[in-house]
Design a protein around this ligand. Sequence first.
Ligand code: SAM
Ligand code: SF4
Length: 336
Amino acid sequence: MEDAYGHRIAYLRVSITDRCNERCRYCMPEELQEWLPREDILSYEEILRVIRVGTGLGIRKVRITGGEPLTRRNVLDFFRAVNTIDGIEDIGVSTNGTLLASEPEETGITMAQHLVNAGVRTANVSLDTLDPEIYRQTTGRDYFDRVLQGLDAAKAAGFESIKLNAVLMRDSNEDQLVAMIRFAHERGLLLRFIELMPVSTTDVLKDERFLATGSAKKLIESEFGSLTPRPEYKTNGPASYYEVPGMDGQLIGFIGAMTNLHFCENCNKLRLTCDGKLRPCLGSYLEFDMKEVLRHPDVTDNDIAAFFQHVVDRKPKEHDFRNDYTPNRKMIAIGG
Ligand code: SAM
Ligand code: SF4
């Protein structure tokens, strides 16, 4: 599938739940969280059908996210089923890491190992700080140690790549950036710094909190010296990568949705929300109701394929975050 601007769509980010065991300040809305009713959430069978049809249209990579995807019941069976779909070359998971060291299915095997055994190649783990108290304030939970154990479990499990994702926040983790680079280096992890995006209605998303990737880069360079751009290093996303001098080739990435004007140039992604909306872009109001199509009694795979193309044809050239964007949905219900 190709959109009107020549973006070749090969990547589907799939949220399987809006529920989470944490309460990150930049992700959850201020008002009391209410979960979506169960019947509004796509079943695993429905999601698998969407992915299967997507592969016929060129989808090659899926990343499973949420909410916290590892909290959904029978999630391992779901991953195993994704892995049997012809055409899927790469399966990833985005997680807060708190459950990676848990031992589901009472087998004495960690969740991380089960995921690798189920064919998951890459894990993106969110960790914004190395300070347990700031972690508690940011996520609303005292799970810092669990995440460290989760990272150890992920390392032991043998994912092809583990990325640490840290959301940049002034007055919260700006003094942690250097320590986080050393932490990532010691553990052989790829670290990415992400600009706060207006994807929820929380007071954390105030201008005073915003720390641009350019400012973070300067803070890092004042410790390590000039970072070397590594434009040839590409993962499947919009991060710009740099090598940190004197750190054995350690790479760090910056995801600057707000300040990088080239951010959308190579976008190859669609998102499926847990309640079945197909979104052509995270930072746009556009979303299209795939669930209605899927739940139509006579729906054929061709109908689903036509719907995919309908959405791709409407993919915007770039996101709208810089235009006073007010989210119509919370991040936790879209899937980061
Ligand atoms: N629960 C998983 C996790 O925390 O990684 C997966 C879902 S979470 C919504 C996916 C990513 O979105 C996380 O890395 C999180 O930090 C990021 N995120 C959430 N709200 C954000 C915001 N307002 N700005 C930038 N990134 C955000
Ligand atoms: Fe949960 Fe992830 Fe959102 Fe934090 S960022 S509240 S862990 S979904």
